[in-house]
Design a protein around this ligand. Structure first.
Ligand code: ADP
Ligand code: MG
Length: 886
């Protein structure tokens, strides 16, 4: 057996090997050590190998999913090795023959299908990355990315550059990334790849461009991939790597993937990783879903709907007609609350069709997956009927309704007829086929159940014959059926005449067990009938599963349609509930929000949320958007205001209504958001360096259609440094990037810049002083903050009274001095950075005395002078200089 183990392990050396032995998956050698540590299970020994003890540990087959989950979560890969024949067959081959075993599947983080291993609300992407070979300068640094979710069948492709690559990965949050060994080891890409969670380097053949198209075509069983669209060689290579990896991990099974679709360049709003984290789109800076934008807007009722919502939120669109199409669907469901309610009720009853389908296709499905298909198809059909009442239906809804009608109705009928009411988790448990569905199965079951009645009758007869009232016929896996009596009565059964009928099997502390010839015969009959019944059920299962697989395309389409309707209905409910408005999407660079609110904060606070306007649209005659400089004391609401406007842009472009009275959004192509280091809780150690690196990225990348949010940039360093950097950054945004931007700052000096930069607009968050306390009004108005109210805020925070009093004295003194400080006049003195330097001052008339002194100085050599000579030279110089004064 160990020989077999070592052989299989060698073929799967990069995985932990789950080696099936009876009711356990065992691990040996180093695998056992790793797994026992990772899972906290006992490490034991079994036999010897080369004179050494063999470490071993195991997990019960029934609980394997749970252990797999933990290993996968820790980044391990697992090869599952099953017994592929009955141990009885092995025995037939000869005394010492080892049961045949084979790896039936590799479990890796990016190729999961089990519900227990997946997050229902998130896609689990497998991503492959390939880099262009640099044959022309245009290819330099180009990457192609293919990504798929085998649990839902989605499969897409995109090309990007180095910067875009990081942004794409931030959007997809892959479960697993595959790259070639070469890319993994490359000095240029390795540092980035090593920071990503699960990167699996693979051999070159997986990334071979020459065979890529063939491999891809063969996966989809088509002659050529032309019908999928025209893909570059790079994209084909990435796509082929994905399907090859899927085939390898599923050991030849082909989960139902949609043909790959290219994501058009620039079709989605580019949001880099720092911005995503910062805006808390999917999770908060603390890493939780609660408190994120996703959680705040998710009103979907199905897991598939939630996944689609998350996808759309991660990748808002940039094409106005595409955005409008989504908004039309939401608007229709906002306008019709009755329809919305009905739709959501149907959706709530629909199980996760896509994932059930994927499991059935890879042969990992159970009776409940068949039931999920049945219920999902029923819900789809019901929904299609209800949606037909919407006239005229917006295109998105009409398309979805068509997809919902597509699956063959006889499939759902067949499943409904075949499946029993209560379903076991595994098909091997049997009992899932409804009585009356299959005549042969019913007969066999009757036989099996009849035998059981015969057992009961036999028990009554034995009890009678032996006069032992407590005599029972029981069953276990070791003995099969047996007669059991207490020890007291056991004595009698062991003696004449009863010992003729009752054959002793086992004596326990309190009981004695026997068998009889009659019972053994009966047992064989029962086992036979039960086996046959299960065999018949399994055959029915396979037939039904095949029918489902034959309809995979239309089922997948229906699943996607259900998700799309769920998203539209969920967003409509959100809009109705929270009074959101349909944004006006325009092609220009307007950005004007009336009465905007923060979608997450407004749900989180107790009191009312103060709505605020924001207008970054180009001022008259300007061809670039505005920049707001937002001042105001700590806690006034600056950060909230900045973020709410970014979030409104994201919501509008993902096709959602927005928390505002009115919103006009000129599509944003890239969104940037950075927070000054001191606010950056997520990083723990806030570093000024990080802040600067990220600010640099914005200043280098933002363009005319971008929206930039900078929150207290420059606060991570000394005041004057910080002020100078913030100052220069605003000038750069205004003159070079020419993008729409919101800039919050505690440097009041920056408001003076508005005098020089025409598209700069000063806004401040109002506070009122009341009896020496500060009251936050959270109201954004034109103008600059008069002061920072830091001491009042400190007082609110509970600083001791003497400290507050002392601080006031110090502040008064500092402010008096500051008025005379040169920094105040900076704005008048400092020319705009982009302006030409001022002309040099006119040359002064020549000064002959100075020339003479300089000449004299030049002639001196201090190393050669004695102290006395030096002193004399100094007197001479003084004298020469004094002449000038006269
Ligand atoms: P700042 O960045 O100016 O220090 P924040 O934006 O962090 O201030 O806001 C501080 C707190 O004020 C927030 O946690 C929120 O509870 C509250 N707040 C901010 N803006 C508003 C608003 N418009 N309406 C109501 N409460 C608000
Ligand atoms: Mg703030």
């Amino acid at each position: 057996m160990m020989e077999q183990y070592v052989e299989i392990k060698a073929a799967n050396s990069d995985c932990l090997l789950f080696y099936r032995m009876g009711d356990f998956y065992e691990m040996f050698f180093q695998d056992a050590e790793i797994a026992s540590r990772a899972l906290g299970i006992v490490l034991t020994k079994r036999g010897k190998h080369l004179g050494q003890d063999i470490p071993m540990c195991g997990v019960p087959v029934e609980r394997a999913d749970e252990y797999l989950h933990r290993l996968i979560a820790q980044g391990h890969r697992v090869a599952v090795c099953e017994q592929t024949e009955d141990p009885a067959e092995a025995r037939k081959r000869g005394g010492k023959a080892v049961v045949r075993r084979d790896v039936v599947r590799l479990v890796t983080p990016g190729t999961l299908t089990e519900d227990t291993l997946l997050d229902a609300k998130r896609n689990n992407y497998l991503v492959s990355i390939v880099r262009a070979r640099v044959s022309s300068p245009a290819d330099e640094g180009r990457f192609a990315l293919a990504f798929l979710d085998i649990s839902t069948g989605e499969f897409r492709l995109t090309e990007c550059d180095r910067v875009g690559l990081a942004a794409e990965l931030a959007r997809l949050e892959p479960g697993e990334i595959i790259v070639s060994d070469a890319l993994y080891g490359d000095a240029d890409t390795a540092p980035m790849l090593r920071t990503l969670p699960v990167v699996t380097p693979l051999t070159r053949d997986v990334f071979d461009g020459a065979t890529a198209e063939r491999r891809l075509a063969s996966y989809f069983a088509v002659a050529t991939t032309d019908a999928f669209g025209a893909f570059s060689r790079l994209e084909l290579t990435a796509a082929a790597a994905c399907v090859t990896y899927v085939e390898r991990t599923q050991i030849g099974k082909r989960p139902p993937l949609s043909p790959p679709v290219r994501e058009a360049q620039g079709a989605t709003l580019a949001i880099d990783a720092a911005t995503r984290a910062n805006l808390e789109l999917m999770r908060t800076l603390a890493g939780e879903r609660r408190g994120s934008l996703a959680a705040a807007i998710d009103r979907t009722v199905s897991a598939a709907g939630s996944r689609l919502l998350t996808q759309r939120l991660a990748a808002p669109l940039t094409d106005p007609p595409a955005i409008e199409a989504r908004l039309d669907a939401v608007a229709a469901l906002v306008a019709d609350p009755a329809l919305r309610g009905d739709v959501r009720t149907s959706l709530a009853a629909a199980p996760d069709l896509a994932r059930a389908l994927a499991r059935l296709v890879v042969g990992r499905g159970g009776p409940r997956d068949l039931a999920a298909i049945r219920d999902g198809l029923d819900a789809a059909a019901a929904l299609a009927v209800r949606l037909a009442q919407l006239a005229p239906a917006p295109a998105e809804i009409a398309q979805a309704a068509a997809a919902l009608r597509a699956p063959d109705p006889t499939l759902a009928q067949e499943l409904a007829a075949a499946l029993a009411g209560e379903l076991p988790a595994f098909k091997r448990d049997g009992g899932f086929v409804r009585t009356g569905y299959d005549g042969r199965l019913d007969e066999t079951r009757a036989l099996r159940d009849e035998s059981r009645r015969v057992v009961a009758a036999l028990q009554a007869r034995y009890a009678d014959e032996t006069q032992v009232r407590g005599l029972k016929i029981r069953h276990n896996n070791v003995l099969g059926y047996f007669v059991e009596v207490t020890a007291l009565h056991g004595e009698r059964l062991l003696k004449e005449p009863l010992n003729k009928t009752f054959i002793h099997r086992q004596t326990l502390a309190g009981q004695v067990r026997f068998t009889t010839t009659e019972l053994a015969d009966l047992e064989a009959k029962i086992a036979n009938a039960a086996d046959r019944a299960l065999g018949l059920e399994l055959a029915i299962f396979e037939r039904l599963a095949d029918q489902v697989i034959a309809s995979a395309e239309s089922i997948k389409g229906a699943a996607q349609a259900l998700a799309a309707i769920d998203v539209a209905a969920g967003l409509a409910l959100l809009a109705a509930e929270r009074d959101y408005v349909r944004p006006e999407i325009v092609a220009g660079i307007d950005f004007s929000i009336e009465g905007g609110r923060h979608p997450v904060v407004e749900q989180a606070i107790d009191g009312p949320f103060v709505a605020n306007d924001c207008d970054l649209s180009p001022p008259a005659k300007a061809n670039a958007g505005r920049i707001y400089v937002v001042t105001g004391p700590n806690m006034a609401g600056k950060s909230t205001y900045l973020r709410q406007n970014a979030l409104i842009a994201v919501l509008a472009q993902m096709g959602s209504f927005v928390p505002a009275k009115r919103a006009r959004v000129g599509v944003v192509d890239r969104l940037f958001s950075r927070v000054g280091a001191a606010d950056d809780l997520a990083r723990g150690r806030s570093t000024f360096m990080v802040e600067m690196v990220e600010t640099a990225a914005i200043l280098n990348q933002a363009g005319a259609r971008s929206l930039v949010i900078l929150d207290e940039i420059g606060r991570g360093t000394a005041t004057f440094d910080g002020l100078s950097i913030a100052w220069a950054a605003i000038e750069h945004l205004h003159e070079t990037n020419r993008c729409r931007a919101l800039f919050a700052t505690h440097f009041h000096e920056l408001t003076a810049l508005a005098a020089k930069l025409p598209r700069l607009y000063n806004a401040t968050v109002r506070v009122r002083e009341w009896h020496g306390d500060v009251v936050f009004l959270h109201e954004v108005v034109a103008g600059a903050a008069d002061r920072s109210y830091g001491i009042q805020v400190a007082k609110l925070a509970g600083l001791p009274a003497p400290v507050i009093e002392r601080a006031k004295v110090v502040l008064a003194k500092l402010e008096a001095e500051d008025r005379t400080s040169p920094a105040r006049k900076l704005i008048d003195d400092l020319p705009l950075f982009a302006a030409t330097p001022r002309a040099a001052p006119p040359a002064a008339p020549r000064d002959e005395t100075a020339d003479a002194v300089i000449k004299a100085l030049a002639s001196l050599n201090p190393d050669e002078l004695s102290p006395r000579e030096a002193l004399e030279a100094l007197y001479a110089l003084k004298l020469a200089a004094a002449k000038k004064k006269e």
